[in-house]
Design a protein around this ligand. Structure first.
Ligand code: GLP
Length: 242
């Protein structure tokens, strides 16, 4: 059995975490299996309660374990970790790339949903939506042209907000919308005349169309967005694990 090395400069909680991770990855602890309770981990590895707790909490935060109240801590399905990225806003995405965000609002209107938008948002054609069109700049230069369609009832508060200054997601969050998940697709496209003017690249330049449907914590879609990103400026990197 792996042991904690008390003479190692590596913190004990971290060593325990690595031991547990190894057991999960080598399937000694299988998906759905309950892990030993804290007190047992303490006895087995000669660590304090706090140390055991910290190791477990970190593995929960990383998605390798999950807790069920009153029943214990279980090993998560490895599949759940695959292909799941973090749901970020444009503002967060750019900030993480170390870039300065700004936006130009081209229009914000209350409209009736057409058939496509209605299908995406699971409403009836003709129901009210809000359409926001923005040029999203990074370091002062256009990065993307973004058209968001939002459920009127959920997002009407943003009609009062200056979206050239504020993040849409941050504002929706303040209004109580719990942004929980999204489905996103990527497609290669060529910039058309309209987009060309706003993105500052010649028509026919390559671009990436990203479409997103965003769901709240009740799995209700509240946003359908089409974003056209300049291919010369935007790159997506994902981490894949076997
Ligand atoms: C990304 C998403 C959009 C979302 C936007 C919000 O660009 N593709 O679906 O509307 O972020 O960005 P922000 O909160 O910066 O306004």
């Amino acid at each position: 059995m792996a042991r904690i090395d008390v003479n190692s400069p590596v913190p004990k909680y971290y060593q325990l975490k690595e031991i547990l991770r190894d057991m999960i990855e080598t399937k000694k602890l299988g998906a759905g299996q309950v892990i030993p309770p804290e007190r047992e981990l303490c006895e087995r590895y000669g660590v304090s309660r706090m140390t055991a707790r910290q190791a477990v909490i970190e593995l929960v935060n990383e998605g390798l374990l999950y807790r069920v109240q009153g029943r214990g801590t279980f090993v998560a399905e490895a599949k759940l970790r695959q292909g799941t990225g973090r749901l970020t806003s444009f503002t967060q995405d750019m900030q993480e790339r170390g870039m300065q965000v700004s936006s130009v609002v081209l229009g914000i209107e209350v409209e009736e949903a057409g058939p496509v938008v209605a299908r995406m948002l699971r409403i009836d054609p003709g129901d009210r939506i809000i359409r926001v069109r923005r040029v999203r700049n990074a370091d002062g230069k256009p990065m993307a042209l973004e058209t968001s369609h939002l459920l009127y009832e959920v997002a009407k508060g943003i009609l009062e907000v200056d979206l050239s200054e504020h993040s849409l997601y941050e504002q929706l969050g303040r209004m109580g919308v719990r942004i929980a998940s999204a489905e996103q697709s990527y497609e290669a496209v060529l910039v058309n005349d309209f987009e060309s003017g706003h993105l500052g690249v010649p028509a026919g330049s390559p671009a990436m169309l990203i479409e997103r449907i965003t769901f709240d914590s009740e799995e209700r879609p509240f946003e359908y967005v089409k974003s056209v990103y300049r291919a010369d400026r935007y790159r997506i990197t994902t981490r894949l694990e076997s």
